[in-house]
Design a binder for this molecule. Structure first.
Ligand code: APR
Length: 234
């Protein structure tokens, strides 16, 4: 069985990482147009660095929760049966990997990587970035940015994502508001392909109507329950 799983900030909420659109979310406290766009970075790179440096520190202090662990368990079981999970996350954290998921696609990039705006080199990054940094590959000064996809930029691996969805028998959306495209459109693409759709969330998302089935509750309870039900139902 091949399952396509899309995750959003809700799966990491109980690990202490903020969501974006909840009443206490990141965008309730900060203006995304001043922090998460190429124009904002061009205008004040150090201000943007400080925003992501703070989030990187929070991530390094966080640990995966039972929802991340349940998806890793699902992948292990399905791979053992010649199936698999295509885990497409909108999250820039590494909690899926730390929970043991082996095949994670970060469509919005990764907070623990830097990207050189001059030579395109990517490098692991667990430290603060600043305008005083130089690229280890090309030596340029003040050219590093977090390797995250900002508003107005193209998510990573769109063709790979759509090919994986076309090859799946089940589409599962976990912990996302369904507010940001292209991820928000994947459920409709799955439906157009005749693929069963399932939503696991704290509360119905903006596109809840598009799902065949749903399970609502905190991810640390709902995702393990979903995985157990899925594995037992085959
Ligand atoms: N368990 C499960 N779901 C939860 C929990 C929880 N404990 N807490 C919150 N949620 C749900 C909310 O109900 C909401 O539907 O998680 C979802 C979070 O939605 P958003 O904050 O909009 O986050 P997300 O959908 O991941 O945002 C998508 O927008 O800002 C950009 O790049 C950013 O990747 C992000 C994208």
């Amino acid at each position: 069985m091949h399952v396509f799983v899309l995750t959003g900030a809700g799966i990491s909420a109980e690990s202490g990482l903020g969501t974006f659109r909840d009443t206490d979310g990141v965008w309730a406290k900060f203006d995304p147009m001043k922090l998460a766009t190429p124009e904002a970075f061009a205008r004040d790179p150090q201000h943007v660095h400080e925003f992501y440096n703070h989030r990187r520190c929070g991530l390094l202090a966080a640990v995966p929760n039972p929802a991340h662990q349940a998806l890793a368990r699902l992948e292990r079981q399905l791979v053992a049966e010649a199936g698999g999970v295509f885990l497409c996350t909108q999250n820039i954290d590494d909690l899926h990997e730390r929970a043991g998921s082996r095949h994670v696609h970060h469509m919005h990039g990764e907070l623990l990587k830097s990207l050189c705006t001059r030579c395109g080199a990517r490098a692991p990054c667990t430290h603060d970035l600043s305008i005083l940094d130089t690229c280890a590959s090309c030596g340029s000064l003040n050219c590093l940015r977090p390797d995250v996809v900002w508003f107005g930029e193209m998510p990573y691996g769109m063709e790979e994502i759509e090919a994986a969805l076309e090859a799946s028998e089940l589409f599962v959306s976990i912990g996302t508001s369904g507010a940001v495209y292209p991820a928000a459109g994947y459920v409709e693409l799955a439906r157009s392909l005749g693929i069963e759709t399932f939503e696991v969330n704290l509360a119905p998302s903006e596109n809840a109507h598009a799902f065949d089935r749903a399970l609502y509750g905190p991810a640390t309870e709902a995702v393990p329950a979903f995985v157990t039900e899925l594995l037992e139902a085959r």
